[in-house]
Design a protein around this ligand. Structure first.
Ligand code: FES
Length: 154
């Protein structure tokens, strides 16, 4: 069940849109901010609040790749796999991350610290390869710097 706080924040979002359904992404972001991910139960509650079907809401969530429909780690690593990063060392960066964390894309490290996901261009192509951890952008990456960067995230 959605908390009182979640409901209030979602109702604030409703005021910014012509109809409730248009606030679907923002409403899901509110729930994700509080719970880390969107469970089936919270999607059902949200769909009721938005007055749309769960299937339609799920369709929006699937389309938007920063909404998580399964549990994620405490930190989300988004690795850019678009063209500039790809050319300038994406593969080595991905391999270094995968080796250090022992996971592949779509997985969460066994200690629950990190979830690893691909992302389209992060808008910093002149400093490729790049990745984002939570809200922090990391640029000009090399396989050697990966371990040190990860250490900052407990
Ligand atoms: S291609 Fe990676 S930041 Fe643009």
């Amino acid at each position: 069940m959605l908390s009182e706080e979640e409901r209030k924040e979602i109702e604030e979002e409703f005021k910014l849109y012509p109809h409730k359904q248009a606030a679907a992404i923002e409403a899901m972001k509110v729930v994700q901010k509080h719970r880390g991910w969107l469970s089936d139960e919270s999607m059902q509650d949200l769909a009721r609040m938005l007055e749309i079907s769960v299937e339609d809401l799920d369709g929006v969530a699937t389309f938007y790749n920063l909404l998580y429909r399964s549990p994620v780690g405490r930190h989300i690593i988004l690795v850019c796999n678009s063209i500039s990063c790809y050319i300038l060392g994406y593969n080595e960066i991905y391999q270094a991350l995968s080796n250090v964390l022992g996971i592949r894309f779509g997985e969460t490290s066994p200690d629950g610290r990190f979830t690893l996901l691909p992302v389209p261009c992060l808008g910093t192509c002149d400093h490729a390869p790049a990745m984002m951890i939570d809200k922090d952008l990391h640029r000009d990456l090399t396989p050697e710097t990966i371990g040190k960067i990860l250490e900052a995230y407990k």
